[in-house]
Design a protein around this ligand. Structure first.
Ligand SMILES: [Zn+2]
Length: 465
């Protein structure tokens, strides 16, 4: 009964891209300071077939290559933590719901393990970059309440001109049906699908200049490392399609992702279906033209839909992303396929959190911003807020980047929408700083800070400890 909803219920518009673009020319679709987040067109390396060779179990990927465990995993977790190669990340215990359960993550930096001296092992920037990745993983630990674990591997950093900012994913087994990957399995079932391999992989391309530091905003010449990180981790959690441009599977006949199960065409018919139960082959039940109409949606099952990136012609970012250009309410998707310098999107859109929920994660929506102005800003008019998290008894600092003098009102809300604190200030280019006292009487938890001025409007999450 998925076709019962009227088209008018979609809160986004259709757009048509004029030019025909392959991946190589795809970057030309965007302004010069706009880089692709990732390339997801080589998923064959993420497909595992377990084979017994000479009496021992091996993982062979779709390309026919053996996926080998990094020797670093021969060390125990404790030893890796002691050497600074692996960090353990859990949810912030001071979040509003103190009884909230959470996933435990390990984050292993191969730059450090292999002493590359580059990327996350850079002698000056490495520590700041690692802290920002840990913050990005903590973002998911704060919203996912399943009690399993996931092992994230930050692979050796790259330095490739003209390529994507970063790329990420998880391993899938090539069993027929709508498959969940290794991050999902480890988090939901609590059982490590492969003790010798990480569950999720992310690679960064430090050819680009990043804002390495989570505690400040990017300048107009930097890409925000935190934004890129929560985007790539989104792919690793399951925000990915297995479809080729003709609807065939990128990984194996009959095998699609659990995300694909909820994709629908412009006229609300399922793109991929199964006839039987779990582990029965999934098939493409639409036409390839439907994948490139700017009309593909993700079905939340209650008459609401996410706007899936589906330009004409199909490109390597198609279906794996949501399309901010199809939103008309001023919000932005984290999972949009490209990012501009100086721009941050530091949390999931509520719809994107619903995607994670739909594919099986338990999500604490108290920690998801539902404002129509979610946490996205550009460097023209923005508000830097620090420190975050903040300990009570300290001042919260705002720096408002503004070209004109303006009155701003800053309101701190709790998760129920109650006003906790309000303050008015006049800010200008020469006087951009605002301080807000975070009183000792404010309880630990999650809050939202709304800054509203003539040309500034921003809401962001604040954790008070
Ligand atoms: Zn992406």
């Amino acid at each position: 009964m998925k076709n019962q909803y009227s088209k008018g219920m979609k809160n986004f518009k259709r757009i048509i891209f004029a030019a025909g673009l392959s991946f190589i020319s795809q970057t030309s679709l965007f302004a010069q300071d706009n880089a692709m987040f990732d390339v997801m067109d080589d998923k064959s390396k993420f497909v595992l077939n377990e084979q017994i060779i000479n009496g021992s179990s091996k993982y062979i990927n779709k390309k026919g290559d053996e996926v080998k465990s990094n020797p670093i995993y021969k060390l125990s977790l404790d030893e890796r933590v002691k050497k600074g190669i692996t960090s353990v990340v859990k949810s912030n215990p001071k979040l509003s719901n103190k009884n909230q359960t959470s996933t435990t993550f390990t984050v292993t930096f191969l730059d450090v393990a292999n002493a590359t001296g580059y990327g996350f092992d850079d002698p000056t920037a490495g520590a700041t970059r690692r802290a920002t990745i840990e913050q990005a993983v903590a973002y998911y630990a704060n919203i996912i309440t399943n009690t399993g674990s996931a092992d994230i591997e930050i692979q050796e950093s790259e330095n490739i001109s003209g390529y994507a900012l970063a790329w990420g994913g998880q391993y899938y087994f090539s069993t027929p049906g709508f498959q969940n990957g290794t991050v999902w399995r480890h988090i939901i079932t609590g059982v490590d699908p492969s003790s010798t391999l990480a569950d999720g992989l992310v690679t960064y391309n430090f050819y680009y200049t990043f804002n390495d530091d989570y505690n400040r905003l990017p300048t107009s010449s930097e890409y925000d490392l935190y934004t890129v990180s929560i985007h790539e981790l989104g792919h690793a959690f399951g925000f990915t399609s297995m479809s080729n441009s003709d609807g065939s599977s990128q990984i194996s006949s009959g095998v699609y992702s659990s995300y694909d199960e909820y994709l629908q065409s412009d006229n609300y018919s399922d793109l991929f279906t199964t006839t039987g139960g779990q582990n029965s082959a999934a098939t493409f039940s639409s036409s390839s033209s439907e994948l490139a109409t700017d009309g593909v949606v993700f079905d939340f099952g209650n008459g609401s839909y996410g706007a899936v990136y589906s330009p004409n012609p199909f490109n390597s970012s198609s279906l794996d992303h949501f399309d901010s250009n199809r939103l008309t309410d001023g919000t932005k998707y984290l999972m949009h396929p490209s990012l501009s310098k100086g721009v941050v999107v530091r949390e999931m859109h509520e719809q994107e959190a619903k995607v994670l929920e739909q594919i099986g994660y338990s999500i604490n929506f108290n920690n998801i911003s539902t404002s129509t102005v979610n946490n996205h800003i550009s460097n023209a008019n923005n508000v830097a807020m620090f420190p975050n998290p903040i300990v009570t008894g300290n001042n919260l600092n705002l720096i408002v980047t503004t070209e004109k003098e303006q009155n701003i009102t800053t309101v701190i809300y709790d998760v129920l929408g109650n006003v906790i604190y309000k303050q008015n200030n006049l800010v200008s280019q020469s006087s951009p700083s605002v301080q807000l006292p975070i009183n000792n009487s404010i309880a630990s938890g999650t809050y939202f800070v709304q800054v509203q001025g003539d040309v500034v409007s921003q809401k962001q999450m604040l954790i008070i400890e």
